[in-house]
Design a protein around this ligand. Structure first.
Ligand SMILES: Cc1cc2nc3c(=O)[nH]c(=O)nc-3n(C[C@H](O)[C@H](O)[C@H](O)COP(=O)(O)OP(=O)(O)OC[C@H]3O[C@@H](n4cnc5c(N)ncnc54)[C@H](O)[C@@H]3O)c2cc1C
Ligand SMILES: NC(=O)c1ccc[n+]([C@@H]2O[C@H](COP(=O)([O-])OP(=O)(O)OC[C@H]3O[C@@H](n4cnc5c(N)ncnc54)[C@H](O)[C@@H]3O)[C@@H](O)[C@H]2O)c1
Length: 496
């Protein structure tokens, strides 16, 4: 069977690449060895967001007790987990039908590079990935029963990642677990849980369990939660204050030195000497790329020292015509980034290397006790890049909508160049931040830069109108000084 493009892996990277290439008129095959939809649909973004939505509702409703609502409401964790399964299964069952309608051939089997544009696909013994026991209804009869060989002009590798192990706290998928075990093996609400790692998974799953009634502690080796360059310190600080207020314990600058399972409970000793016992431990200390068994060596595809597939700015690997996208190559390990990569790599694979990946364009959104959303550069990163960075900042204290919702924790900051007004990026912490950030993205993309916000008209009351409030004094000052120069945002000026 011959194709223009074969994609290995059907997560957000793989399926988006398939759709993009199909829209460009290519004959496309998508090979998946586990559950269609990858980590994002089956173990990550979608199940997590379903549970977090309920967790946030509990918080919102209880926050309005005595202000017209009578409570408190409580969560039913196992009913929430069943609801989550229904949501995921519903999306998954339509997923392959949708791809078929676009003309994409889906093969459920294990893909391996054979060189010379050939890919073998082998039947998988246990269709459901080793990390997840959820049944898959193969409506389209896509599961192969005998080995196949596909021939293709171009290849996209989108095989994703898997959780990193922690030697001092080895997972047994029960008392000590990783996020896939949390999603599919947890059959009760833990009375207590330790999250090792205060990154995205620790703060998101820790918060949701707290809302359902677990005692939650997070141990983080860095000196702040979400310790990543593109998340400003101020955002971590607001989240840490909120965790302290609602009763989530955070132990920073520490990790687990020893763990032992005794009578079905996990006894922990931390490097700061702290000892405690938890019903469960969730290890979330990052993820490693999924490259084993792909035949990369034989095909000549180079890896970097950390084991990620090396790519050029066009997302092409060391072998011309083979591209790699999403978690399996260096860069942000988010669905947002994988979706961005997919559009770049698929277009390049079909039309020649014309597009560059540009992670300034890709927002990051953390869904926890507060939503934290960023795009482009922080103040620190902007200064490191040589800009004369200035920040327009506001909290939601003056926002009518925030007051009406009785929800005004958080802030907005918009980073720009003091000299030119060029928009460089921003961060929003607060309600619907993950939606509001798209305004910031559009502004960064536009030729109008900061003036994008003041040119706009807004609905009132709304969260987004705060963006105009925060920017107004800056654009006015530029106008008064006669320095009103319209410059494209950071996206257009920085190819990488
Ligand atoms: C708990 C959790 C919550 C998350 N929440 C968010 C969020 O809210 N927002 C966000 O942006 N990101 C989130 N992420 C991250 C996001 O899920 C990943 O970044 C994203 O799924 C990566 O997409 P991908 O296409 O690179 O790979 P994946 O989604 O990992 O898909 C790779 C696929 O390739 C398949 N595969 C591997 N090897 C082979 C082979 N040899 N043959 C055939 N198939 C193969 C795998 O079975 C898998 O289905 C979350 C992650 C987790 C764990
Ligand atoms: N909303 C989202 O976009 C979202 C949500 C969940 C996961 N994800 C992605 O999934 C990936 C995995 O998430 P994650 O939370 O496991 O990784 P992460 O990289 O987000 O955070 C891991 C955290 O663990 C800490 N850590 C590392 N080793 C440690 C140790 N021994 N002891 C204590 N702390 C330690 C790190 O300092 C870091 O803060 C991430 O790359 C993330 O981008 C994204």
């Amino acid at each position: 069977m011959e194709f223009d493009l074969v994609i290995i892996g059907s997560g957000p990277g793989g399926y988006k690449a398939a759709i993009t290439a199909a829209h460009l008129g290519a004959k496309v095959a998508l090979v998946e060895r586990g559950l269609p939809g990858g980590v994002c649909l089956n173990q990550g973004c979608i199940p997590k967001k379903t549970l977090l939505h309920l967790a946030s509702l509990i918080e919102d409703v209880n926050g309005l007790q005595g202000r017209g609502l009578i409570g408190p409401v409580r969560g039913d964790f196992m009913a929430a987990m069943a609801h989550k399964d229904e949501v995921v299964t519903g999306i998954r069952n339509n997923f392959t039908v949708w791809l078929k309608r676009l003309g994409v051939r889906v093969f459920i089997g294990e893909g391996k590079l054979l060189g010379d544009g050939r890919i073998s696909v082998h039947p998988v013994r246990n269709l459901n990935s080793p990390e997840c026991d959820v049944p898959f209804t193969d409506k389209g009869k896509l599961t192969i029963t005998a080995p196949l060989e596909l021939k293709t002009k171009r290849i996209v590798i989108a095989t994703g990642s898997t959780p990193r192990e922690l030697e001092a706290c080895p997972s047994n998928a029960r008392e000590i677990m990783h996020s896939p075990d949390f999603m599919y093996r947890l059959d009760h609400l833990p009375k207590s849980i330790l999250c090792v790692g205060g990154g995205s998974i620790g703060v998101e799953l820790g918060f949701l369990l707290h809302q359902f009634g677990s005692r939650v502690c997070i141990v983080e080796q860095g000196n702040r939660l979400l310790d990543r360059p593109h998340i400003p310190d101020r955002a971590s600080a607001v989240l840490e204050r909120k965790f302290a207020r609602i009763g989530i314990e955070v132990r920073k600058n520490a990790t687990v030195a020893q763990s032992q399972i005794v009578d079905g409970k996990v006894e922990i000793t931390c490097t700061d000497g702290h000892r405690d016992t938890f019903e469960h431990v969730l290890v979330a200390v990052g993820r490693r790329p999924m490259t084993a068994g792909l035949g990369l060596d034989e095909a000549g595809v180079a890896l970097n020292p950390e084991g990620f597939i090396e790519v050029t700015e066009h997302l092409e690997t060391s072998v011309p015509g083979i591209y790699a996208i999403g978690d399996v190559k260096p860069g942000p390990m988010t669905a947002n980034a994988a979706l961005h990569d997919a559009k770049v790599a698929a277009a390049n694979a079909i039309n020649g290397n014309i597009l560059h990946s540009n992670y300034h364009k890709v927002p990051t959104v953390i869904h926890s006790a507060l939503e934290i959303a960023t795009v482009g550069l922080t103040e620190d990163l902007a200064e490191q890049a040589g800009f004369d960075a200035d920040v327009a900042r506001s909290n939601f204290g003056g926002s009518g909508k925030a007051r009406a919702h009785h929800d005004y924790e958080g802030f907005i900051e918009v980073v720009h160049d003091a000299e030119t007004g060029q928009l460089l990026g921003g961060c929003i912490v607060g309600p619907e931040a993950g939606e509001q950030i798209h305004m910031m993205s559009a502004a960064c993309q536009s030729e109008r830069g900061l003036w994008f916000f003041t040119d706009m008209s807004y609905s009132h009351p709304s969260w987004c109108e705060e963006l105009e409030t925060v920017i107004d004094p800056y654009t006015s000052a530029f106008s008064k000084s006669g320095k009103e120069v319209f410059r494209p945002g950071i996206f257009a000026r920085h190819p990488k």
